[in-house]
Each structure stands twice: as structure tokens, then as C-alpha cells.
Design a protein around this ligand. Structure first.
Ligand code: SF4
Ligand code: SF4
Length: 511
């Protein structure tokens, strides 16, 4: 008897076994436990199909679903630690499926009521009809047209109003874990309202009271948002700018503004600055393989000049000529993150002028915050160069050590590199090449960004302590990062030494 040929097309219609682990919760005995399931689903199945197949095996299993088309947001769960919509996320063998970081009702069903109640609703003056609008205006100058958003406002509102209320962003937000913060989607809601002329009241005080200055601008919320709503930049920083106009900026943030206005730097120093320690052009020891302009950033300039000097040595040994313009000033990141925009344009113009060198196409940053700011916030200036993080430059020039340190190391992702520049693979590859044992650790904000370390130190410390626990769990000998703010903050929140990747590379040059 001849066998029927099995074509790939036919295979697509054959269910395959898939093994997953699911975190379950039984409210009757308040027990949380992981249960393993093997179910059969079609190739290309989404997580929701796996959950449905589990439900077919065990009718007590609870999860939420509705539209199955990524439109309603009801099926959000964590898959392997990240919040996703189960109906659009592809299922993979070995997945760990857990509820969102919200109060759990049963199994994967969480209580969404509180989170959604925190999203502010418009208190519309447009409920007054157009004629009444004229009547209530004492000056008789208010045209009904004033109550209609402009095209520009409509565009911005549309982007912010695309929210599904899935609360993936709240589940990913580090700040809500440690302080009373209404969360990213509530801030998105406040900005959506602030843009709408139909709103009857100024709500900025409410936004501040709901934790506007608690956001570390870690970027986690938008990276998990199924609608890619960039809440930190499109809502939180803009609301902070409105708060600044209302004189609601935190006093410590005001001090930073004044320091920048006085010195061109966002941090002070009693030591010699990096820019005073180095020449404007630093030649490599051997053949010139490339050249970059180096944007130092305030932290390396004033607080961690030795780490920047480590980078200089690594580049010199690897054929990279460094141009270090002395006229460079703060990139403006601390002002943008805290909503203080007044001196920004002049800082940006001064930097653009200082960093533009004929024939040199690359400006290299070593600070994640500076890199993200130069890449994204200088867009309107039409920069005549490309901005690259030091990890990108090292990867491009294949800078690798010829030996390894006999230690184990874990890596801390700086938020403005991981989320802000979407760079996570390169530093891991570079670190793996430099130590005998690399132990990975999931990304999580250490609490030093967004003006939180200066403005809300208790919150920054609480987040630092959460990170301490994660570092401890890795069992690594050291923790390595590539951002001066993280390096500086983690030094107080790690039982293990905290080193910059470039310091590791410099150590290897000398060993
Ligand atoms: S902002 Fe994005 S992640 Fe947050 S609730 Fe809305 S759709 Fe979900
Ligand atoms: S940027 Fe980070 S801290 Fe700020 S709201 Fe988003 S997730 Fe929370």
C-alpha cells in the first residue's frame, strides 16, 4: 500500500504538542503554584490558543479573553516575564505564562478595576452645547470653535487615545511597585486630557498628586504596549513641562536647571573634570582604523572621569582616534526628563556646533541617557553626524579582548540603552568575551533615571534595593553596566562590585 505524501501544507493542519508552565492561584486556599501542561495546538498557535486548550483539559482554569484580535486588551498576561496580549503573542514550547503584576482573582485573571479607575476621564465643557458656550462666556469672546481640538491636537490625542486598557504598561512599571503612583496609562490619560480644549479644568495638579514625578522614564511601559504608545516622551515629559509652567517642578530639579545655566553641566564636582584631563585629539597607539567624536556627558566629565579614561585607553589600543571637543555641554537630558525646556535649544545648538567636525561621521556616547537624547531629542536639528553608543562602536570595529577575566559577571541594562536605544545584545556579547562566565539577568530599572534619584530619593533607593536582590540571585562575582548613572546608583545598591564594561576591557589590557 502506498503512503500518502505529507506536504508542508498538510502539516500546517496537524496539531502539535506544546509544553508550557502556568502560574495558577486558588483564592479559596490562597495558594500560588506552577502547573505544567502539554496540550495540542496548530503550528503558529498564539498563547490564547494554548490557554483555550488548557481550559479544555481543566475546566477550573481561569483566564480572560474576548476579541481574540488584539483590540480589547482583556487577555493580557506575562509570558516569560514580559506583559503581552495572549491573542497576538506566538506560543513557544517551554513558555512560562503568568498573570500581570496586579491583584490576582484566580489563575491568570487579574483585577483590572482599580487600574482602570485611575485613568482620568475628561470633564468636558463641551457638554455645554455650542449656544450655551456663548452664553456662559462672560466676555462673549469664546467661540464654539475654541472647544474643538486643532488638527495637530487631534493627531496627538489620537495617538494617546489608542489605549486598550490592557494594563500591560502598569504591570511593567517599576515605579508602581514601590511608590503610590497612578501609573503610565493614567499619565497617558492626563496628557490626552491636557491636549483637549473640551476639558473644563486644568488637571496638572491632579497629575502631580498622582505621581507625575515618580516616573523614572525607564521606557518599560511603551516597549510592552501593544499600541506602542510612547508614554514617557509623549505624555510624562510633556506633562512635566506643563507642571514647570505652573511652577510645580520639584525643588531639586530646579537646582539642576540652575547648575546647568551656570556651568553647562548637570552635576558639580570638586575634582578635575575629564575634559580638563585630556587633549582635544587623542591618537591611537598604532595604525588608525577609525575616528569618532566623543560626547562625554556630565557624569563622566564630573563624577566618573576615571571610567572615561578607561575607554580612552581601550580605544587607543584598538586603533580609534578620539576627537573630544572642549566646547561640549550637557546634552539636555536632565532638563527634558524633568520638563524644564527653557535653555534646551541653546544647549543643543552649542553641542551640534561643537560635535560637527568635517569628515567625521560618528559621534560616540558612553552614557545611555546622553546617547538616547542625542539620537531622539536632537532630531529636529538635522544632525550632520550619526550618534552611536560605545557598544555599537566596539562591535563595529570588532574590539575584543584576547583573554578573559577569571570571574563570573552579570549585566545590568541601562534603561536608556535597552529601551531608549534598543541596544541589549551588543553589551552582552562584549561582556561574554571578557569574562569566564556570563550570567544573564532580566532588565529592570535601578531607579536612578528620570530625575527620580535627585527628586524622589526614597523611591530611587527602593528600586535600587529591588535590583540588589536580583543581582544577588544571579550569584555573579560582579555586576557590569555601561551607564554612569546606573554605575553610580548601583554602587550603593549592590553587594558585589559594580564596574563599567570599559573598565573591564581596560583591566584586561593591563593583565
Ligand atoms: S498604554 Fe498601552 S500598555 Fe498601557 S493600557 Fe494602554 S494599550 Fe495597554
Ligand atoms: S517610563 Fe518606566 S517608570 Fe515611567 S511610567 Fe513608564 S514604566 Fe513607569
Amino acid at each position: 500500500m502506498s503512503k500518502m505524501a505529507i506536504t508542508p501544507h498538510v502539516l500546517l493542519h496537524v496539531k502539535q504538542p506544546i509544553y508550557v508552565r502556568v502560574r495558577r492561584y486558588n483564592p479559596d486556599n490562597e495558594q500560588t503554584y506552577i502547573e505544567q501542561f502539554t496540550v495540542h495546538v496548530y503550528p503558529g498557535a498564539r498563547v490564547i490558543n494554548v490557554l483555550q486548550a488548557i481550559k479544555d483539559q481543566d475546566s477550573t482554569f481561569m483566564f480572560r479573553m474576548s476579541c481574540e484580535a488584539g483590540q480589547c486588551g482583556s487577555c493580557a498576561v506575562h509570558v516569560n516575564g514580559s506583559p503581552v496580549l495572549a491573542c497576538v503573542w506566538p506560543a513557544s514550547d517551554g513558555d512560562l505564562i503568568e498573570p500581570l503584576n496586579l491583584p490576582v482573582i484566580r489563575d491568570l485573571m487579574v483585577d483590572l478595576v482599580d487600574g482602570i479607575a485611575k485613568i482620568p476621564k475628561i470633564q468636558s465643557s463641551a457638554s455645554i452645547c455650542q449656544q450655551e458656550c456663548q452664553d456662559v462666556c462672560h466676555e462673549k469672546t469664546l467661540s464654539p470653535l475654541h472647544l474643538v481640538p486643532s488638527f495637530a491636537e487631534t493627531k496627538e490625542i489620537k495617538e494617546l487615545a489608542a489605549c486598550l486598557n490592557c494594563l500591560c504598561c502598569v504591570s511593567a512599571c517599576p515605579a508602581v511597585k514601590v511608590v503610590d503612583f497612578a501609573g503610565p496609562t493614567a499619565m497617558r490619560g492626563y496628557m490626552r486630557i491636557a491636549l483637549d480644549p473640551r476639558e473644563a479644568r486644568d488637571r496638572i495638579q491632579d497629575a502631580v498628586a498622582d505621581g507625575l514625578f515618580s516616573c523614572t522614564t525607564c521606557q518599560s511601559c511603551w516597549t510592552v504596549c501593544p499600541k506602542h504608545i510612547k508614554t514617557p516622551g509623549k505624555a510624562i515629559e510633556k506633562l512635566r513641562a506643563i507642571a514647570s509652567d505652573h511652577d510645580l517642578t520639584l525643588p531639586r530639579h530646579r537646582e539642576i536647571l540652575h547648575l546647568i545655566e551656570r556651568t553647562g553641566r548637570s552635576v558639580d564636582s570638586s575634582e578635575k573634570l575629564f575634559l580638563d584631563l585630556v587633549d582635544e585629539v587623542i591618537e591611537p597607539y598604532g595604525e588608525v582604523k577609525g575616528e569618532v567624536v566623543f560626547f562625554v556627558g556630565c557624569m563622566f566629565n564630573a563624577r566618573l572621569p576615571d571610567t572615561a579614561l578607561d575607554m580612552v585607553e581601550v580605544m587607543r589600543h584598538n586603533g580609534i582616534r578620539l576627537i573630544i571637543p572642549k566646547e561640549q555641554v550637557c546634552c539636555g537630558s536632565p532638563l527634558i526628563r524633568t520638563g524644564q525646556r527653557s535653555p534646551l535649544l541653546s544647549l543643543m545648538q552649542q553641542n551640534m556646533q561643537a560635535l560637527s567636525k568635517p569628515g567625521i561621521a560618528t559621534v560616540m556616547t558612553m552614557c545611555a541617557g546622553c546617547g538616547s537624547t542625542l539620537k531622539h531629542d536632537y532630531e529636529d536639528l538635522d544632525l550632520p553626524f550619526v550618534v552611536k553608543d560605545v557598544c555599537e562602536v566596539m562591535t563595529e570595529f570588532d574590539i575584543k579582548p584576547d583573554k578573559k577575566l577569571n570571574i563570573s559577571a552579570t549585566y545590568h541594562d541601562p534603561c536608556h540603552l535597552f529601551g531608549g536605544q534598543e541596544i541589549s545584545k551588543e553589551p552582552r556579547v562584549l561582556l561574554s568575551a571578557a569574562v569566564e562566565r556570563f550570567i544573564d539577568m532580566p532588565a529592570q530599572c535601578c531607579g536612578s533615571g528620570g530625575g527620580v534619584k535627585a527628586g524622589q530619593p526614597d523611591e530611587a533607593n527602593a528600586l535600587g534595593e529591588l535590583r540588589r536582590e536580583m543581582i544577588r540571585e544571579t550569584g555573579a562575582d560582579i555586576v557590569v553596566t555601561v551607564c554612569p548613572f546606573c554605575e553610580y546608583h548601583l554602587a550603593d545598591h549592590s553587594d558585589k562590585p559594580v564596574k563599567n564594561l570599559l573598565t573591564i576591557y581596560r583591566t584586561l589590557l593591563e593583565s
